[in-house]
Ligand binder design. Sequence first.
Ligand SMILES: [Zn+2]
Length: 305
Amino acid sequence: MFKDLNSNKKAIEFLQKELNFERESGTYLFYGVDRELLKKFAKAFAKSLNCSNYRDDFCDVCESCIRIESETHGDLEILDDITGIKIEKIRELAFKDSTTSYEGKRKIYIIRDVEKLRKESANALLKMIEEPNSGSFFILTSTGLNVLPTIKSRSILVNILQENAQEIGVTQEEYKFFLGKSKDIEDYKRVGTIDLNEGCSFERIGHNIKNWIDTGEFQYKVEIYKSIRDFLNTKDYLTTIDKLYFVDEIVSSISDREFIKDILGYTISLIGNRSKNLEKLLEIKNMGRSSINLKNLLVTFYTNI
Ligand SMILES: [Zn+2]
């Protein structure tokens, strides 16, 4: 329920007002740095729009709420592709939108990472939100406001702020370790037995990545973070060979660009302004978008820290 969300009271009040208007259709752009928190709020809003017992808050127990939570609701569609939603997916959505509502209330489309939409996908989406069918609601999410102006201008903007340590119920130290990311922190609290002070050698990064991919167990994700932390703590004593070994371990365990960008992002956030080369490192990280060879990118990055 809204009242269980510990942060963003202002955004919640705003959404409650929106719900009271009982609009026929609408497009909302939820933006903020915490990608998973955006999804959480998008789902909360989706539940509110379709809840059978809505009274200033969704109930979280009716069939509609439960099925939206488990993402099995017939009138809910979530498009999720961190590399940018493909045009075919938007077309399928348009087709679905033109047919009648399956479960009778509102159709809700959560479209994530709209800042990454390519031009043709964005234009296809634009067509839908320009003249929305009655009962259709679009909840777009984006980690920044660098969204196509034509989409932005047709959306109701809702800023979802990152939760602070107190709201999320952890110490500053724990918060910093996870860079304030709500999903990671929730997983950390759920597991409950992870010791963040315990170290993990940078040499084990490949092993940790493999375990994380194979098992999906959160403790291995934490071990990856720890290996990066160890690399940064010891970097002044490491030889070039050590640094190349670290890179080799990463690239031989994974080839997913988004995953590697997350590793670079975590590294940059941990060093913060301690590095004289911060700008250069950010520039190298952003090269990850192009087709540049990943190993070269990582070598350049980790030998410049
Ligand atoms: Zn409900």
